[in-house]
Design a protein around this ligand. Structure first.
Ligand SMILES: NC(=O)C1=CN([C@@H]2O[C@H](COP(=O)(O)OP(=O)(O)OC[C@H]3O[C@@H](n4cnc5c(N)ncnc54)[C@H](O)[C@@H]3O)[C@@H](O)[C@H]2O)[C@@H](O)CC1
Length: 511
């Protein structure tokens, strides 16, 4: 697991070192890491470092200082470097070092009225600012032709919105510590924040790079160790890695039989929505389940019999299983909703999804239940519990609201989204960043429910809600990895294809 910390935690860890006069050393290590990773990116994407062109957008604080020192290193490696100063001041020592190394400095400050003229062939990306003022003209002209632009306007000291100049088309973007305008604590981002190819972050991974828009804007993330380790304390959350998935995956014992491999009860599907039951059932079976008992009605039952012959129909929830998965495709069917309620009340481990979430009450919660809402369903859960929360609030701080729902409903909450946030009632949180937009199709959630159900039924990883969070994150990772078992990431993928590839995904991490 990769530990992630809020910006406030990282700043607190830095403080004793700053008090002891270690600030310049910290910055030198950060700058060295930024220069090294930027050079590696140039070598990979441009085939060389010497003779390339770099520009940095430099703000007033230490974040800008990091970039100035980093560009001093790069200048010495034969990179033509330009610093575009966007604030009233710049880090003194960093600026002096950059000038000494022979770097070029351009004044992009608000008061600058002597801006350079744009080149005639200037070609810029959308998204930034070019209101024609000399300030932005100077910045845009200085950036033209850059192979790489280092975004070092704001780091963990950011407050509120930010304006940035237009970037040249085709330039690589490296964010220094985090993309300017991203909130290191939450992942919320200013509209103008730039999308990076690479983020080089210092001291520790920041929560804001693991979740929300910050995660989407960060690109590849490299963590540079600057020696904060002993001062960091408990992380805000963890990001699950492939090696964790391999460790946490339940494996059958050599003397396993179908009951020891897990028996899952599935309450899914109805006449109106028969397909969801097939997707959940297929995923559960392909995840390595010992036996599946299905409570399905009418067309859903017929379809299941054809599509998933392994599924053993059950008349009711009065059957012997080790865990339940309830909700996919049950819609408003009164019989299926009642069956889901009974399964939830059985006391067995249970994953609750889709329509079953709409009837789930805080008093139904307990430590062996996983709720799997998307943002809209989370808003509904929170609103029904008396909390005033808008969709935008959840997008701006998904970890906070997933935790809030987990404590309110005394259950583990798996919040679906570009990053999957799994939170326990005590706040322990694991984020899964496997997969991508390929997973955002109707039916994909039904697949995830089947995988979680299988892991709950196997049960050998369950102990407390923290273990259950890890189980949920492992299931989310397997779900995400199904994407990588089919063609390239750009290959369109149906939920059915994902369900059928669950065994291949388990195989990729399990071996
Ligand atoms: N503190 C340390 O020892 C270290 C800090 N490091 C770097 O320092 C950064 C934090 O430095 P700072 O605390 O100086 O903060 P930043 O450099 O992130 O920004 C602070 C400056 O930006 C201004 N500012 C804030 N919000 C603004 C906005 N919306 N628009 C325009 N200006 C705005 C503030 O007035 C202040 O001058 C980290 O992200 C990291 O890059 C690294 O050098 C490692 C060591």
């Amino acid at each position: 697991m990769i530990p992630a910390y809020t910006g406030a935690q990282v700043r607190a860890a830095e403080q004793p070192l700053l008090d002891a006069g270690a600030g310049p050393g910290l910055m030198r290590r950060a700058a060295h890491g930024l220069a090294r990773h930027t050079a590696e990116l140039l070598r990979r994407e441009r085939g060389r470092v010497y003779g390339t062109r770099a520009a940095a957008l430099v703000g007033t604080g230490n974040n800008g200082g990091d970039a100035l020192f980093a560009m001093a290193f790069l200048t010495r490696r034969g990179v033509a470097c330009t610093a575009v100063l966007l604030g009233e001041k710049a880090h003194d020592a960093g600026l002096a070092a950059f000038r000494r190394a022979g770097g070029r400095v351009v004044d992009g400050r608000p008061g600058n009225n002597a801006g350079a003229q744009p080149r005639e062939d200037e070609d810029t990306d959308d998204g930034g600012t070019d209101d024609g003022s000399p300030r932005w003209r100077a910045a845009v002209a200085a950036l033209a032709g850059a192979d790489v632009v280092i975004d070092a306007v704001l780091g963990t000291g950011a407050r509120g919105g930010i304006e940035l100049p237009l970037l040249p088309n085709g330039a690589l973007v490296v964010a220094c510590d985090l993309p300017s305008g991203v909130d290191a604590d939450t992942g919320n981002a200013a509209d103008s924040a730039l999308e990076a190819d690479l983020t080089v972050t210092f001291g520790a991974l920041k929560t804001g790079l693991a979740v929300g828009r910050g995660h989407l804007l960060a690109g590849r993330v490299e963590v540079v160790d600057i020696g904060l380790g002993p001062h960091l304390g408990d992380p805000d959350l963890y990001v699950i890695e492939r090696s964790d998935v391999a460790r946490l995956l339940p494996r059958p014992a050599r003397d396993a039989h179908k009951y020891s491999r897990g028996v899952l009860g599935l309450v899914a599907g109805c006449d109106r929505y028969p397909g969801a039951a097939v997707l959940s059932a297929t995923a559960a079976v392909n995840a390595g389940l010992g036996m599946l008992r299905t409570v399905a009605l009418g067309r859903a039952a017929e379809l299941l019999a054809h599509a998933v012959p392994e599924a053993v129909p059950a008349e009711d929830t009065d059957v012997r299983v080790q865990a339940w998965a309830v909700g996919p495709g049950i819609g408003d069917d009164a019989g299926q909703l009642a069956a889901a309620k009974r399964a939830i009340a059985s006391g067995l481990p249970c994953v609750v999804d889709a329509s079953a979430l709409r009837r789930f009450e805080p008093s139904d919660g307990r430590g062996n239940i996983v709720l799997t809402p998307h943002a809209g369903e989370l808003q509904d859960l929170l609103t029904r519990a008396g909390l005033d929360v808008e969709a935008g609030d959840i997008a701006a701080d998904p970890v906070r609201w997933a935790r809030r729902a987990a404590s309110t409903y005394s259950s583990v909450v798996l919040l679906k989204g570009p990053a999957t946030v799994c939170a326990a009632p005590d706040g322990y949180t694991v984020v899964c960043n496997a997969g991508g937009p390929e997973l955002a199709t109707a039916g994909s959630g039904d697949v995830l429910t089947g995988i979680i159900g299988k892991f709950l039924a196997t049960g050998n990883q369950l102990g407390d809600t923290r273990s259950l969070v890890q189980v949920a994150a492992t299931a989310a990772a397997v779900h995400g990895l199904t994407v990588h078992t089919i063609g390239s990431a750009a290959t369109p993928q149906s939920a059915r294809a994902l369900a059928e590839r669950v065994s291949a995904a388990v195989d990729t991490v399990g071996n």
